[in-house]
Design a protein around this ligand. Sequence first.
Ligand code: ADP
Length: 773
Amino acid sequence: MPLLANRVLELTMRLGVVRFGLLIAAFEILFSMLVTVVLRGIVVGELHWVDYLRPVLFGLIIAPWLALFFTYLIKQLGESRDKLAQAHSKQQALNAELKRKVSELNREIDERHNAEAQKQQAIRYLQREVAERRDTQNKLRDQAVQLRSLIDSSPDLIFYRNKDGVFSGCNLAYEQLVNLSEADLIGKTPEDVYEDQIAAQVRVTDYKVLNDLESLTYEQWMTYPDGRKAMFEFRKVPFNDARGNLQGLFGFGRDITERKQAANALEQAARDKTTFISTISHELRTPLNGIVGLSRIMRDSELNDEQHDFINTIYLSAVTLGNIFNDIIDLDKLEREQLEVAPMPLHITELIADVRAVAALMCRDKKLYFDYQQRGDLPAVVEVDGTRLRQVLWNLLGNAVKFTQQGQVGLSLDISPAKNGKISIEFRVSDTGVGIPKAELDKIFAMYYQVSGQGKTKAVGTGIGLSVSQRLSQAMGGSINVTSEEGKGSCFTVSLTLPVLSEDQLPDATDIELPALHVLLVEDIELNVVVARSVLENLGCTVDVAMNGTDALRMAQEDDYDVFFLDIQLPDMTGFDIAESLMNDPNQRLRETPRIALTANVIRDKQEYLNKGMQDAVSKPIDVGLLTMALARAFGCVDEPVLSAPAPLLDAPSGQEESVLDTNFVGQMHETLGSELFAKSIDMFEQLMPDYVETIHNQLLSGDDKAVAEIAHKVKGAAGSVGLQRVQKLASQAQDLDHPAWEQNIQEWAEGIAKYYPLDVETLRQQLVTLDS
Ligand code: ADP
């Protein structure tokens, strides 16, 4: 709207319509008057009052209309202006809205741009990811193929089972063992794949692995489809998923048949070695025993001093030689960890006198001075294994002499006063010989160790003596130590604490009064016969000699003997065979005549002899005292209990079935079941046994003692159920892992079971026939 109009409108609004109308009228009157006056003045040149009145009248008449017209106009104008203003503000609002929308739109567009950019980025990322994944998958596939070929190329068995014991996979080696492809194997259980016994073991070991969540190793014989048997070492390991949940187990099996065979061959070689050593030492001992025995007999006969000395030297040399054999046997025992000591009451002063005599002789030969010192008093009797103590001291003195070229060898005893019934003695063997370098002092007790650079002396020994001496000292509860200075000499100290006994605790053979006995001496070696015969005759016995088993058994029937002395190794049979025959003889007198073994072996465990039908055993070379004691025990001349005879392996032939069979039980079973059913039970037992025997054998090879005991338990039950007493007894021992000598005997028991069950089944069948008739 033009500015003027606006002003007019504002003025109208301010003055109101009436006042504005009057203003307009006044203005119009004035304007008309002005115009009239000007026009009349110019045109007419004169003015009349009418000229003034007319414009006023006109003005008055026209003014209201004019005012009305203007008012209306102005009002219209005002409304128009308001509308305009309204329209304007609407327009503005619309504009603002529009602006907002536009900016919103812009933002949205921006966002969309961003989103698009992000989308593009995400797509790129995804593409990269997809590529990477494809890569990874390819790598994984490659790795899986590699892993598979690795697993398949393994000569070891690999298999996995889930926790329900169902196969989930295996490698090629396993496929070949079970003769099933992996696809066929998956979903199968051990029972579907293995024979019952193996499946049972698999189940047991699986259970252990999954239950204890620990790996487990065991050995098991397996059979290939072509019938080839192989010993496997199985290792089972539990496995979890990524979240640590147990999934099942991995199994690995390694064919250790060759290793086992090698180990068995080694064991066999060790056994052969032991047999060889004992055979050789037996062969050597036999003539040596003759020398020891005869030289001792000669020494006690009428001789001049020189002869006595010579014979004594022969005697002591032979005894030393015997000790070397003992060393060799000890070495073998050391290797088998069977070195033992047997403490017995002993006159220690006599032992020391013996040792001094030997040492003095050895020194005299080498022109060395032998010195003996003793601090403190020796008790009369102590408890010690005299043979072993003598062996240790002789070995130390022997070394001292060997490694000393001049000067002296000393033996000194430091005896501390007895305390709590025990005495401590330090036996010190010193020399002025080559000595031992400091660096070697620790090593000389090792097996076969010899100090180098000790001149000629080193070739003489074996390097065994000190090692054996140390073990023996330790076995006697003591110790052995050495101090030495190179070039000056050495000093070995054996410290022992020994129980002190009273004199009367020492069985004194010389006081024993033996009856005049009629003796059958069974011995095949002339020299030994001479020695034994003279010893026995000195004891007042009359002696008949049989040089072989057949003669012995014949002579036993022909004459009344009070006692049999039985050598073990005879040309036609063993002393144990003779003992068994005598034990089973129908003649009660023969069965009851004492049987004493004469053995060239060291008696490790007398029970072994008792188990094989002897009442006692005396080792060669014969010790008069020990032989006297054995006879005294057999004839009740001493309080010492007579060693009880073992239960015979077999009874007299008439009652043979009794120890093999539980005859009472067999009789009852026969009565209850009847012959046919009982025979069926025996058949079943016979069918079961080969498996049991093989499993025991395999488990023994694998060293699984528990499994051996378990099978032995089954054998015990099975044998018991048909009355096979002997097999039952053997199995009962084999099942008892707590048996103190299980380890040492299990092989024998297992062999006994295998050997006796077919024989005993035969006896049982015969018994059934007898019962039937
Ligand atoms: P051997 O005497 O048969 O060689 P030992 O086991 O008795 O075997 O001794 C082992 C080694 O210890 C000897 O070879 C020797 O080197 C050393 N030895 C032992 N006693 C003495 C000693 N009295 N003086 C010097 N060296 C010794």
